[in-house]
Design a protein around this ligand. Structure first.
Ligand code: AMP
Length: 229
């Protein structure tokens, strides 16, 4: 990877693969709390870059609004910078990265530099049709990041976060029906081939992610337990 920063040694690397709406962010946050791993979402990093108006953010904005994939070069530079921060030593859950074979190969090379490898890549398996419904109703607490849904998980007091009491609820600009179709398409064409990629190196685990959030979390917890032990 290019860039001037040096990534830290990371004890555990867990990847969550799955289309938009599969629950990667929700599950990553639960794993983060339970296992002390750090959730690393390239989508969040890119949204922060867009909000900050950095060069990378300016280049990524239109692509993200259209539901396409941001260039490997930008994403890899952003990820590498994040991996240079000290908190990642505890281990990371990669949420939304890698999304292309180029990114997966670059990650392998980066980990190899410090004698590491991907511990597990979990494919969250879901139906596309359900993803459109899941995504169109979702929103997040802008302060603590807790996720909600109009139908499946509404806060006890409307528009107020159960966890931190904030009323700063956010809906993503790209969570609309048209963009979701483009994002699902990008997933099937560019990201789904990574399932075979990780199967080949025996890191792949498959989890049925159509059920209850807590059941999926339990299954993922067992996987995390087996790779962090
Ligand atoms: P996410 O929050 O993971 O759904 O990502 C939101 C958007 O950010 C995606 O639709 C892409 O435009 C972009 N993005 C996030 N992660 C990546 C990645 N690893 N590679 C390319 N684009 C990405």
């Amino acid at each position: 990877m290019d860039g001037g920063t040096t990534p830290n040694a990371v004890s555990t690397v867990l990847i969550l693969l799955g289309p938009p709406g599969a629950g990667k962010g929700t599950q990553a946050r639960m794993l983060e709390e339970k296992f002390g791993l750090v959730q690393l979402s390239t989508g969040d990093l890119l949204r922060a870059a867009v909000a900050a108006g950095t060069e990378a953010g300016k280049a990524a904005k239109a692509v993200m609004e259209a539901g396409g994939l941001v260039s490997d070069e930008i994403v890899l530079a952003i990820l590498k910078d994040r991996l240079a921060e000290p908190d990642v030593n505890a281990g990371v859950i990669l949420d939304g990265f890698p999304r292309t074979t180029v990114q997966a190969e670059a990650l392998d090379r980066l980990l190899e530099e410090s004698g590491q490898q991907v511990n597990a890549a979990v494919s969250l398996e879901v139906d596309d049709a359900a993803m459109v419904i899941r995504i169109s109703g979702r929103f997040t607490c802008g302060d603590c990041g807790e996720g909600y849904h109009d139908t499946f998980k509404s806060p006890q007091v409307p528009e107020t976060c159960d966890k931190c009491g904030s009323t700063n609820m956010k809906r993503r600009a790209d969570d609309n029906a048209e963009t979701v179709a483009a994002r699902l398409d990008a997933y099937h064409k560019q990201t789904a081939p990574l399932i075979a990629y990780y199967d080949e190196c025996r890191a792949l685990k498959r989890v049925n992610a159509m059920g209850a959030i807590d059941d999926i979390a339990r299954e993922l917890g067992q996987i995390a337990q087996s790779v962090t032990a």
